[in-house]
Design a protein around this ligand. Structure first.
Ligand SMILES: CC(=O)SCCNC(=O)CCNC(=O)[C@H](O)C(C)(C)COP(=O)(O)OP(=O)(O)OC[C@H]1O[C@@H](n2cnc3c(N)ncnc32)[C@H](O)[C@@H]1OP(=O)(O)O
Ligand SMILES: O=C([O-])CC(=O)C(=O)O
Length: 381
């Protein structure tokens, strides 16, 4: 007799795997990649150093980093197939374009199921997908505006090159470093919905590309990854200090959620939000002051209207502010998130692929009691 185990809705607080990649300690407001505080990594490392850490399990030596960058370099430009495909995707949102184009690029490679290949081959597939993602997104953006996609520049760091390929301008050091901080902060975050999706797909033995494309789909919803542009739109809709309370209360009365607030794991301040607030403060300006006032009132009003829920700003609120100040166009906010999270998904896919157990939970059937006779011809009257 099979014994069933009830778990809370949304798998809330359920531990479904062991991982050596990192963890989120929600009560403390702390998260880490491997053995390092992720915020400290953002303060002290380049994106590529943390990328190496996530996939290799240790920070690189100088020589290892140089060798890693050489492995990445040939994959940073669009493949010939992508150059041909992307113009056909103009009109799609950058994220939908990425989902489609990455799938095509992985198919053209071709990628083979993780179950059929060794660790090195899986890691090469993951490295290819991560390296080409910024080129796909920036090309989609430029093509959509009638501009020619740009090749990556070897003399620019990861974030500076990303901004350059998108806008055609070499960004200021301040903007490049701000985006690099944001990208490092968002590489990984426990078993969030998109990472879990990637791991479910990898647990079937499917190829790395299949797992990444599924994860992109999971990151496109407003409740996960899709909030930064909506948070900025909210600042626009509020308009000025006199309208803050009325706008927030109106949204809550209409049953809507305030984007960029609340988190499934953090029951105190999100450390990424605290760090990005600092980054935004270094830029300074009206939008930063206004954001801080809005943040304070949202937290206060949520505490009043939703007592006991412990709702604070999550990463997405100041992510939007920092991206806006760094010159990232709003439709590229969530796509920019994928350029970092693809590295975290990849580390998770590689870890999951070492485990041969398929992820396969059960659901309780609550429909009409079976078996009923099938109506004549398969039609209802
Ligand atoms: C990188 C990221 O993906 S970060 C998350 C980005 N998403 C957002 O910012 C969207 C807004 N936030 C939310 O929708 C939620 O806080 C989530 C999805 C992030 C987390 O949800 P959960 O932890 O599962 O909380 P849940 O949905 O159970 O909400 C708990 C209560 O708080 C309320 N709540 C949670 N977040 C918010 C919010 N942003 N605005 C208003 N109310 C909220 C819910 O309405 C619910 O109230 P109830 O008890 O009266 O029903
Ligand atoms: O952890 C989560 O559920 C959402 C989140 O903040 C992330 O994925 O970065």
């Amino acid at each position: 007799m099979t014994e069933f185990i009830e778990v809370p809705k949304g798998l809330d607080r359920v531990i479904v795997a062991d991982t050596e990649i990192g963890d989120v300690r929600g009560e403390e407001g702390f998260y880490h990649y491997r053995q390092y505080n992720a915020v400290e990594l953002a303060r002290h490392c380049s994106f590529e150093q943390v990328w190496y850490l996530m996939t290799h399990g240790a920070l690189p030596t100088r020589a290892q980093l140089a060798a890693f960058k050489e492995r990445v370099a040939p994959h940073r430009a669009l493949t010939p197939q992508l150059r041909e495909l992307l113009p056909h995707l103009v009109g799609a949102s950058p994220l939908d374009g990425l989902r489609t184009a990455l799938s095509a690029a992985c198919a053209a490679r071709p990628m083979r199921p993780v179950l059929d290949i060794d660790e090195d081959a899986r890691a090469e597939d993951a490295l290819f997908a991560c390296a080409v993602t910024p080129a796909v997104l920036t090309a989609m953006w430029r093509l959509g505006r009638g501009e020619t996609p740009l090749d990556p520049r070897a003399d620019l760091g990861y974030a500076a090159n990303y901004l350059y390929m998108m806008t055609g301008e070499v960004p200021t050091a301040e903007a490049a470093r701000a985006i690099e901080h944001y990208l490092i902060l968002t590489i990984d975050h426990g078993f969030n919905a998109s990472t879990f999706t990637a791991r479910v797909i990898a647990s079937t033995g499917a190829d790395v590309g299949a797992a990444l494309v599924g994860a992109i789909g999971a990151l496109s919803g407003p409740l996960h990854g899709g909030a930064p542009a909506r948070a900025l739109d909210a600042l626009d809709a509020i308009g000025g200090p006199d309208n803050i309370d009325a706008w927030i209360r109106g949204e809550l009365e209409a049953g809507r959620r305030i984007m960029g607030f609340g988190h499934n794991v953090y029951k105190t301040e999100d450390p990424r939000s605290n760090h990005l607030r600092e980054v935004a403060t270094e830029f300074g300006g009206d939008i930063v002051d206004f954001s801080k006032t809005v943040e304070r009132r949202v937290v206060e009003i949520l505490a009043e209207v939703k007592p006991g829920r412990k709702l604070y700003t999550n990463v997405e609120f100041y992510a939007g502010v920092v991206m806006e100040l760094s010159g990232v166009p709003r439709p590229m906010f969530t796509p920019t998130f994928t350029t970092s999270r693809v590295v975290g998904w990849s580390a998770n896919i590689l870890e999951q692929a070492r485990d041969s157990k398929i992820i396969r939970p059960r659901a309780r059937y609550v429909g009409a009691p079976p078996p009923q006779p099938v109506p004549e011809g398969g039609f209802e009257d």
